[in-house]
Design a protein around this ligand. Structure first.
Ligand code: MTE
Ligand code: MO
Length: 317
């Protein structure tokens, strides 16, 4: 049985406010048991659909508990950004239904002591899987609140052991135009690549998701495993990863390659730095009509602001 350790992102069963959500999550206990690698989710884990914010944290005071109401599973799995499966928000759900993720291998390369080609299952061995409720804020000014399932990116990095010269980590998405119709067009330079500074990647908030809502990830959400960096715009959270590369210099990233004036390497959520073509001051939570104010670092400043001390966030956007 999976033992869940408590940290600031955990919450108590008694904080559950939405009964239908509670029932929904109970149902996932059965369905997820059939899934790939997710058979061991403890029921107690599935009942903790509540605010991730610990008392007194920034998120609680600035945004309130309402801010953590989960985005319905239906929306999370049908309104997606995954250009490999098309440019429209409903394309990924339409074209990823037969996406085959077994077997899945991941190449580990660069400045690292344990390079190699790993079966995903071997790569995940020893990773402590847990649920984390994180907001995901797209650069297009919409957002969702998702109960992710997975493990700390830091744990994986510790297992792979970057050398002392490694300063960045780059991730790469599968390139397979037969399965990914979007790759037959040239919307982006395929394969999709993303990266983090190593200290950002080691921050406890950086997460590798294998599931959401207690089920394995569907193709549209980045099966079989994807990055989730909750304080950065959604495009940093690269999906369906097949390579992890440790580098000494800042690695190229897809949206920055495509349009460096609009998409920086850092991409920290920042209401004061507008996208050149639209404001970032507000966002629409999917499923809601009124707009919410966008929070610096997507509301996770307590945990991550120290990473950027002394940096001009307008220049390094
Ligand atoms: N490989 C790849 N990863 C990607 C994208 C993409 O097009 N290709 N889109 C990104 C963007 S812009 C967002 S907002 C999130 C959306 O994740 P979701 O569909 O699971 O909500 O995925 C990110 N990861
Ligand atoms: Mo996005």
């Amino acid at each position: 049985m999976l033992i869940k350790s408590r940290n600031t992102h955990d919450c108590l069963e008694s904080e559950v406010t939405d009964y239908s959500l509670y029932m929904q999550r109970r149902r996932f206990i059965e369905t997820s048991a059939k899934g790939f690698g997710l058979a061991m989710i403890a029921p107690s884990l599935l009942l903790s659909a509540c605010s991730e914010a610990s008392p007194g944290s920034d998120t609680t005071t600035s945004a309130g508990k309402q801010d953590q109401e989960l985005t319905p599973y239906e929306d999370v799995t049908t309104y997606n950004n995954f250009y490999e499966f098309g440019l429209g928000k409903s394309d990924p759900a339409k074209y990823a239904t037969k996406f085959n993720v077994k077997p899945w291998t991941v190449k580990v390369e660069g400045a690292v002591e344990n390079p190699g080609t790993y079966d995903l299952e071997d790569l995940l061995k020893g990773m402590q899987q847990e649920e984390r409720i994180y907001r995901l804020r797209c650069v297009e000014a919409w957002s969702m609140v998702i109960p992710w399932y997975g493990f700390a990116l830091a744990d994986l990095i510790k297992k792979l052991k970057p050398t002392s010269t490694a300063k960045y980590v780059q991730f790469e998405t599968l390139y397979d135009p037969k399965q990914m119709p979007g790759q037959r067009g040239r919307a982006l330079d395929w394969p999709y690549v993303e990266g983090l500074r190593l200290d950002e990647a080691m921050n406890p908030l950086a997460f590798m998701a294998t599931g959401l809502y207690g089920k394995d990830l569907l193709g549209q959400n980045g099966a079989p495993f994807r990055l989730v960096v909750p304080w950065k715009y959604g495009f940093k959270s690269i999906k369906s990863i097949v390579a992890i590369r440790f580098t000494e210099t800042e690695p190229p990233t897809s949206w920055n390659i495509t349009n460096s004036g609009e998409y920086g390497f850092y991409a920290n959520v920042n209401p004061k730095v507008n996208h050149p073509r639209w404001s970032q001051r507000k966002e629409r939570r999917i499923g809601e009509f009124r707009k919410r104010p966008t929070l610096l670092f997507n509301g996770y400043g307590d945990e991550v602001a120290s990473l950027y001390q002394g940096m001009d966030l307008k220049r390094y956007f």
